[in-house]
Design a protein around this ligand. Structure first.
Ligand code: GLY
Ligand code: MN
Ligand code: MN
Length: 440
């Protein structure tokens, strides 16, 4: 399946994006002491003792420059003061479909050399020039004397640059959100009509015009208690006898940029439905607080406070909100982080590194938090608080002195519903944050 994202006039934001990257790469090279930067797009790899290749996706550093997430064995050559040169591989291969021909809107930013395979650009590596090469070490076992593979300083600086999105990147993430929301609407309809997990998954793919190979991550399509499995990876072909709840975490891709969206539904109007409304209210409050200068760690704690308030008001727990937070009881119900950077990678780079390169580890009690920075203008991140009834974690809580504060009868009625997560993609701006998901 090949469906191309349709952006109107993509070149208008893409060209300034590449110009900005050239400026940034020039700075990185001078800071790190290199003359040029080579970026390989990657190479498909066969499975162990097999001749089967899982679907190919280009390295993120390559996608940062080029809207070619599925073009293996290309090489990009960037040198200060010169138009970047792209060695575009178009293999003579009757087993596979040929890659798309270059399109003007992106191709005009590069000097393009068409080659049939890596042998066509191999000589570039032999040049006497201080080179930083970004590539999978498997693909470059013997490097020339002049090249360093994946120098840490270079990768660190490039990762920092990816945390602040250009208009092109924002446009792609925005479009990915529109595509994904079409899928989410179809998935909600399929759930209402009693479909199985597999049928809902197929309805999503059809509406989003994606196949699983082009999704940015494996969709989570979970009915009933499966919604308590945070990364539930199976899809039952049979619908359950009784339909209680539905959690879907599914995205879409636009030119290599991801949407990452989760929605939760209840089949009845009972307590679980009320909890979804409460979580939706909390999620939107948190989204509104994604402002420049705020610490994402503090926002994560605010999410825990919000969950504690919901546990109290729904009478699941009879402790005070402060006491619940003090005892870290909310982590039983919200064991993951509030969210993460989003971009070419779903869990995008440098979430735990400050702008100065300093490592920012997550709080000890919240080891899964992927974003620990202060927010900056043009960061794109997810806001995804959850409230789950996970048997394993509840069993642990039952064995603690806090157990007496929990209404276990209520918990028993909620266990078959699994859990709730609501996730939107948000752009941080100087004034109000932009919710790219709700906007779609
Ligand atoms: N879909 C993966 C995540 O939400 O982080
Ligand atoms: Mn996410
Ligand atoms: Mn997600």
């Amino acid at each position: 399946m090949r469906s191309k994202p349709q952006l109107s006039r993509p070149g208008e934001s893409y060209r300034p994006h590449v110009e900005r990257l050239i400026g940034q790469a020039t700075e990185v090279l001078s800071q790190a002491g290199y003359d040029r930067l080579l970026i390989h797009s990657g190479r498909p790899r066969t499975r162990f003792q097999d001749d089967y290749q899982p679907p190919f996706r280009a390295h993120p550093y390559f996608i940062h420059w080029l809207p070619l997430p599925r073009s293996p064995d290309c090489l990009l050559d960037i040198r200060p003061g010169r138009r970047p040169r792209l060695w575009l591989a178009a293999p003579e291969d009757f087993w596979h479909a040929a890659p798309d021909a270059p399109e003007d809107w992106w191709a005009q930013c590069f000097e393009i050399e068409l080659v049939s395979d890596a042998a066509g650009w191999q000589h570039v590596l032999d040049e006497v020039s201080a080179t930083a090469l970004i590539a999978d070490p498997h693909d470059f076992p013997g490097l020339g004397r002049h090249a360093d593979l994946n120098p840490e300083t270079v990768l660190g600086l490039l990762d920092q640059q990816r945390t602040v999105k250009s208009d092109w990147q924002i446009q792609c993430i925005r479009a990915a959100n529109r595509i994904a929301m079409a899928g989410h609407r179809a998935a909600a309809d399929a759930f209402s009509s009693g479909a199985s997990e597999l049928e809902i998954h197929l309805a999503y793919l059809h509406a989003a015009q994606h196949d699983p190979d082009t999704l940015p991550y494996n969709s989570i399509v979970a009915l009933n208690e499966h919604a308590a499995v945070l990364h539930y990876q199976l899809r039952d072909a049979q619908a359950p006898e009784r339909r209680r709840s539905f959690l879907i975490d599914a995205g879409a891709d636009c030119h290599g940029y991801a949407a990452d969206i989760t929605r939760s539904y209840s089949a009845d109007d009972g307590l679980f439905a009320a909890l979804i409304s409460e979580m939706d209210r909390l999620q939107q409050q948190l989204v509104a607080r994604m402002q420049v200068g705020r610490s994402y760690v503090d926002l994560h704690y605010e999410a825990h406070r919000g969950v504690a308030e919901i546990l109290e008001s729904s009478k699941i727990c009879d402790m005070s909100v402060d006491a619940m937070l003090e005892a870290n009881l909310t982590s039983t119900f919200l064991p993951h982080g509030l969210g993460h950077f989003l971009g070419i990678q779903v869990h995008d780079v440098a979430g735990r590194v400050g702008p100065d390169g300093r490592h920012l580890p997550p709080p000890e009690q919240h080891p899964f938090l992927r974003l620990t920075r202060e927010l900056q203008k043009d960061n794109v991140l997810t806001v995804e608080p959850g409230l789950y009834f996970i048997p394993q974690l509840l069993d642990r809580l039952r064995d603690t002195p806090l157990s007496g504060h929990i209404d276990w009868k209520l918990i028993e009625t909620l266990l078959p519903y699994g859990g709730i997560r609501i996730e939107d993609d948000v752009l941080v701006q100087l004034e109000e944050p932009v919710n790219l998901t709700r906007e779609a």
